[in-house]
Design a protein around this ligand. Sequence first.
Ligand code: COI
Length: 359
Amino acid sequence: MSLNPKILRVRSSRLAEVDLDNLIFGETFSDHMFSMRYEDGRWGSPEILPYGPVPLPPASIALHYAQTVFEGMKAYRGADGAIRLFRPKRNAARLRASCERLCIPPIDDRVFVDALKALIAVDADWVPALPGYALYIRPVVFSTEDHIEVRPSRRYRFIVVTAPVGRYFTSGGGGLSLKVEEHYTRSPAEGGLGASKAAANYAGTILSSEGARREGFDQVLWLDGRERRYVEEAGLMNVFLKIAGRTVTPPIGDSILPGVTRDSLIALLRDRGVPVEERRIAIDEVLAAARAGTLEEMFACGTAAVVAPIANLAYRSEAIAPREAVPGPLTGALYEELTGIQFGRTADPHGWTEIVETG
Ligand code: COI
């Protein structure tokens, strides 16, 4: 590995205190974090440090103007004991694209992947060996220069923290219940930030998702910003529907995140000879299919949530439910196939996984 970060280890690990049975997503962090700084026009000073607070000047542009981007990934421990990353180069490329969109100096893909591997090697014992669990990886890049003029910062920090996680949704296999959001949007149409993993995109979702939660839903289903007519994403995830034997998903564009899980599921479906239509899907088409009995399955996908069946959509006074019992056969098969590759249970014909050397 060429990166060679300086390593400062914790005096004693917190791992023994972790109760995997009662983990809450994203609340327990492993012992160490990776850190790198951008100063004087270059990224440098890679370090692995004890997990802890990162000093930020009060006038930092990250705080005032959200010049912050992040990624979401996982490390998986297989039955063979090996730790695998899943398509890390895709996340590296997407982080680069997000950095470019937010005017942040991009991080070299190789440096990004080496940083993750070095950190996970140090905290290898934190990658859970229990089925269904993984080590969630959260890389984040933010500006640290002390000024409040709206312009690109001259200093940045790249941090990677990791967290052992189980299921993202506690609603289990019963499927997600989503409220179709007709007022707020995740991404305001073309030219916005919707296709990048900008922190600001996520801040804008909290009001809707909290409102939906208070009404008893798991999340919202987002419609497009221009007409509130076309399905875009499900909460923080991409979305797929099976209608009259055809698998459809909204096309990637300015307002939809190019999900790594989304792309992988499309490839797995095409491997099986199942065509996937990447096209706009009007909410009225979904409603009409449900009424006609041709809405077979619905599922959401993302790194955190994996493949999550959707049990119903609340749209105005209608309850839209798929015909198949939840999880439907396609949803279940895709979950098994994807996690089979991620955990090394099945062959990896696309060469998506990369082993983390821990020795
Ligand atoms: C992920 O699925 O990893 C995400 O980044 C979405 C979310 C947990 C913010």
